[in-house]
Design a binder for this molecule. Structure first.
Ligand SMILES: [Zn+2]
Length: 427
């Protein structure tokens, strides 16, 4: 399977952060990794191939025989902006869903699309409760636009109210109660046993190749499943190093600020790396030599609005991996981490592009600087260049996916020996 088709099926199988983690887990298990529990940290330091999951939506996988050459880490995020399901709303004419926004999406892009529902449910058992993943896996919902004849001003700029304008239609009045029944059936449980749920409405469209030379891709959740998929491929492609530990970290809740028990601001990465090191002395030495790539997508220059970008520090689709800079450290990149990455990119034959926001614009932030407050290692912020970030359907370039995989494979196959100002990047 080509990487683009592999990404499309990864995106299809990952409608929510829970499913993204489950998709990664299945791949790791079939590659010979074993799942460990945070309750047994002493099992982390045996030099084997393992992974650990927190709260069902964040995962850290690792492999490598020794921490002497540090941890070579990628961090990306499993969540994307969407709508979280609260309740069903039944009326005289229709059945709709009451939802709440998750993250900051572009509202109008969610209208008139085929939508579906997935997430996790918690069911009653004989001695407690049990979590199950569920995906109704069919285009069952839509958020219909108001016809232009009834909203003549819509093209003059319309402010969508999430409490009234963006509620998905599930079916007719007689559809009342059907969604939860379908969910129970899909999970193989009785509807009465479902105590609670974390269910989300997602865009059910599949990825497709576009561009006159088939050079572009159009798909939901490219931010950040593009980087998650590339990190996973690279992590599995790279040989096990004798000298460093390769770490694949995928966190939930980046879209809502990362400050949750499973987000990049949590104890998850810190506790996992400490357990791999085994003792405090070894851990300090390992962190000294470690390097992290925070991989979250970057804004490519918009074809119709180049004026929104810096005059020289902008990225183009298909021209290589973007290194993100911000003087106020919303991105972690500094001269040393950029130079470290440049050496790896040269070795991998991958081109880098430099991005920083216009000096009069704030822009976004990402995992790197948040994670660095808990696990402080040399870090660079990178991403695939993409258009329409946080639209229900986003655009990127096929060649950049392959470049990201090559670059991260090089990272995972390397180790670092630091001695003051001198940094050796070993292959
Ligand atoms: Zn992102």
């Amino acid at each position: 399977m080509s990487y683009v088709n592999g990404l499309f099926s990864f995106i299809k199988n990952s409608p929510t952060a829970y499913h993204a983690v489950d998709t990664i887990k299945k791949e790791l298990l079939s590659a010979g990794f074993t799942e460990l529990r945070e309750s047994d940290p002493s099992s982390f330091s045996d030099g084997g191939k393992h992974f650990v999951i927190r709260s069902g939506s964040s995962i850290i996988a690792f492999k490598g025989k020794s921490t002497d050459g540090g941890f070579m880490i990628t961090a990306s995020h499993s969540d994307s902006p969407c709508f979280k399901l609260k309740d069903e709303l039944s009326g005289a004419s229709y059945t709709r869903l009451a939802t709440e926004k998750y993250g900051g999406m572009i509202h109008y892009t969610w209208l008139d699309r085929p939508l579906s529902v997935a997430g996790r449910i918690v069911v009653k058992t004989a001695d407690g409760i049990k979590t199950a993943l569920v995906n109704i896996d069919k285009a069952a919902l839509t958020i219909p636009s108001v016809a232009i004849h009834l909203n003549r001003g819509v093209n003059d700029g319309y402010k969508f109210n999430p409490a009234t304008d963006l509620l998905p239609l599930v079916g007719g009045a007689d559809s009342k109660g059907t969604l939860m029944q379908v969910i129970a059936d899909r999970a193989g449980v009785s509807k009465e046993d479902i105590i609670s749920h974390d269910l989300f409405v997602y865009n059910a469209e599949e990825g497709r190749i576009i561009g006159i030379n088939d050079e572009l891709i159009l798909a939901p959740r490219i931010d950040d499943l593009g980087c998650v998929y590339a990190s996973l491929r690279a992590f599995l492609n790279a040989p096990v190093s004798d000298n460093s530990v390769a770490v694949l970290a995928v966190f939930d809740n980046e879209e809502v600020g990362s400050e949750t028990k499973q987000g990049a601001a949590s104890t998850f990465l810190d506790m996992t790396l400490r357990a791999i090191s085994g003792d405090d002395k070894k851990h300090s030495a390992a962190l000294y030599h470690s390097f992290m790539v925070s991989a979250d997508n970057a804004h490519a220059v918009h074809p119709n609005h180049p004026e929104l970008y810096d005059g020289t520090n902008y990225a183009i689709l298909g021209k290589g991996i973007v290194v993100k800079y911000n003087a106020n450290q919303r991105y972690t990149t500094d001269a040393v981490s950029n130079a470290t990455l440049s050496v790896l990119a040269d070795r991998a034959g991958v081109k880098l592009q430099r991005f920083s926001n216009r000096a009069d614009m704030v822009g976004g932030s990402t995992l790197g600087s948040i994670s660095n407050t808990r696990v402080s290692v040399s870090t660079v912020d990178i991403g695939l260049p993409q258009l329409a970030m946080h639209s229900a359907c986003e655009t990127a370039a096929a060649s950049d996916i392959t470049d990201m995989i090559r670059l991260l494979t090089e990272l995972y196959a390397s180790s670092i020996s630091k001695n003051g100002d001198n940094i050796k990047i070993n292959k």
